[in-house]
Design a protein around this ligand. Structure first.
Ligand SMILES: [Zn+2]
Length: 287
């Protein structure tokens, strides 16, 4: 823990240095703009082609072909979910939460993309609708659907609970689900589980200490977040043991509910849509 009093005195020009205005690291004006209108229009007459109910404190995988949509809905009661995405057929290409955060900010909503890992770095999905977009940032600095947390996991739990063993953390749930879907062993599958999009979770950093916080999710049954798949996707979704994350996770104390995943096939691809190519960087790294 950081000491309450810094070890070093403020220099004479401290106020001037701290007063320098921030600049946005990655101005996203240079990115190809997401035009939601043709994506939303493509939903007219779509057909629901798959449905997966993710049980509480467990996870399931699901496939979404490129050009299809998928929707994650709250059913039964407030519940947060941890979402992993892989390129179908190549688990090395997977959702890159950190770079997505650097590009789009700490929390995602309609119009934001979910980017894949290096060396691919292309949009895997676009968020097309978010019924919690009204929430914005609350007075605590909290917002919904974050890419700042990682996923609840049994290792951090053991670290913070003197060796406690809990097996239904999102990390382990996703590991079992991916092993079941792919036929990989648990240990092989575990290496492909990655930092998530925390669907419906309300989180932020405390203003005074900068610590990661969670609070009761504002999600209610009927709320959903919807995605358009830019490439063939394999998804994994865990219904977090934290339930609505109002109190604790990594235990069986919280009230938990299922989450519904639905996959939709549009009548025709969205107007003007082209599947994204992988990064154009030549990978010579200066040699
Ligand atoms: Zn979790």
């Amino acid at each position: 823990m950081k000491p309450d009093v810094p070890a070093h005195a403020r220099p004479a020009d401290a106020d001037m240095r701290r007063g320098v205005r921030p600049v946005i690291c990655y101005p996203v004006e240079g990115l190809p703009a997401v035009d939601l209108a043709p994506l939303l229009a493509a939903r007219a007459g779509w057909e629901r082609v798959a449905e997966v109910l993710v049980p509480p404190r467990d996870a399931r995988c699901f496939a979404v072909p490129a050009g299809h949509f998928f929707r994650i809905s709250s059913v039964g009661g407030p519940q947060v979910g941890d979402l992993n995405l892989w390129a179908a057929g190549d688990l090395r290409e997977r959702f890159y939460s950190g770079k997505t955060r650097a590009l789009h900010g700490t929390h995602l909503s309609a119009g934001d993309r979910m980017w894949s890992s290096f060396p691919y770095l292309r949009p895997m999905a676009v968020i097309t609708e978010d019924t919690l977009d009204w929430y914005g940032f609350d007075d605590f600095g909290g917002a919904v659907h974050d890419v700042i947390g990682t996923r609840c996991d049994p290792y951090t739990h053991a670290l913070l609970s003197d060796g406690g063993q809990y097996h239904h953390c999102c990390h382990s749930n996703l590991t079992r689900a991916l092993a079941d879907w792919t036929g990989l062993s648990l240990h092989e599958a575990e290496g492909h589980v990655h930092d998530v999009l925390n669907v419906f979770m309300c989180t932020g950093f405390t203003r005074d200490t900068g610590q990661y916080f969670m609070k009761a999710s504002p999600v209610r049954p009927g709320d959903f977040i919807e995605f358009f798949a830019e490439i063939d996707l394999l998804g994994g979704l865990s219904a977090c043991p934290g339930g609505d994350c109002s109190a604790e996770h990594s235990s069986d104390v919280s009230l938990c509910h299922p989450l519904l995943v639905e996959v939709f096939r549009p009548l025709a691809p969205p107007a003007g849509w082209l599947a994204p190519r992988v990064s154009g960087y030549d990978r010579s790294h200066g040699r």
